[in-house]
Design a binder for this molecule. Structure first.
Ligand SMILES: NC(=O)c1ccc[n+]([C@@H]2O[C@H](COP(=O)([O-])OP(=O)(O)OC[C@H]3O[C@@H](n4cnc5c(N)ncnc54)[C@H](OP(=O)(O)O)[C@@H]3O)[C@@H](O)[C@H]2O)c1
Length: 218
């Protein structure tokens, strides 16, 4: 029985909501985080309508950082630095799964944004040296996660400098039907996954789809 509390920073957005739905479907304890407690409450009500038995809670981001065991960071890239700096102490010794893809949409195209630390996940690890940062799920569309009765047919590349945290994240994510996790190695490889997401989004725009990735031969 998994009694851990899974907190979702920025859990009111489509990606956070999708993750919350999938974790709730597994029967896990999920707390939705937001800058605005009422907004988090509305998200919980929305999810509860879809999954009435969901074990959900809500709070402001700072308190979910304090009270959760494992966290997902699901805010836009522009927001991550200030959120992490504000909550660094509360995140000490915890696992943080970074789903952030630093991407901008300009002149009709998606582009990867330059991150001085190498990637969004590496920036998180630099800001939180006492947190076990895992990079995952950047290539999984919120739309697919939110279609709770459908399988998500994709691989998920998971990177971290902490093997124990990576194994926990891979085990968790692989319980979402029918995601397959691929060990992407150290966190420095996250840049390739994050940047590839920009390509997927441009493909999505061109084909009017929500594409995903499959690694063959593993
Ligand atoms: N959408 C997708 O399909 C998808 C797929 C894979 C990965 N991702 C990644 O997942 C992350 C979230 O994506 P999303 O589409 O859910 O994003 P989003 O809707 O733009 O933002 C998610 C939440 O972040 C919070 N937020 C927004 N701006 C903020 C700021 N300046 N400071 C603090 N919090 C802020 C908001 O929550 P509150 O207003 O409640 O605080 C918002 O509901 C992104 O980094 C994205 O690259 C998205």
């Amino acid at each position: 029985m998994d009694n851990r509390i899974y907190g979702i920073i920025g859990g009111t957005g489509p990606e956070g909501k999708g993750i919350a739905l999938r974790l709730s479907r597994m029967g896990l304890n999920v707390t939705i985080g937001s800058r605005d407690k009422n907004k988090a409450k509305s998200t919980v009500e929305e999810i509860s309508k879809i999954l009435p038995d969901a074990k959900l809670n809500y709070d402001v981001n700072s308190l979910i950082c304090k009270n959760s065991d494992i966290l997902f960071l699901a805010t836009p890239y522009v927001a991550q630095k200030s959120i992490l700096q504000t909550n660094a102490n509360q995140l000490t010794d915890k696992i943080l799964i970074n789903v952030v893809a630093p991407i901008e949409f300009k002149n009709g195209k998606f582009r990867a944004v330059y991150v001085p630390e190498g990637s969004a996940a590496n920036q998180t690890q630099t800001l939180l040296p006492h947190t076990k940062v895992v990079s995952a799920l950047q290539t999984i569309s919120a739309k697919h996660l939110m279609e709770i009765n459908k399988e998500v047919k994709s691989d998920v590349i998971v990177c971290s400098d902490f093997e124990d945290a990576k194994i926990i994240a891979m085990d968790l994510i692989s319980k979402i039907p029918t995601l397959t996790t691929i060990d992407g190695g150290d966190l420095e490889n996250s840049v390739y996954v994050e940047n590839f997401t920009a390509l997927l989004l441009n493909i999505n725009k061109r084909y009017k789809v929500h594409s995903s990735i499959k690694i063959l031969g593993v």
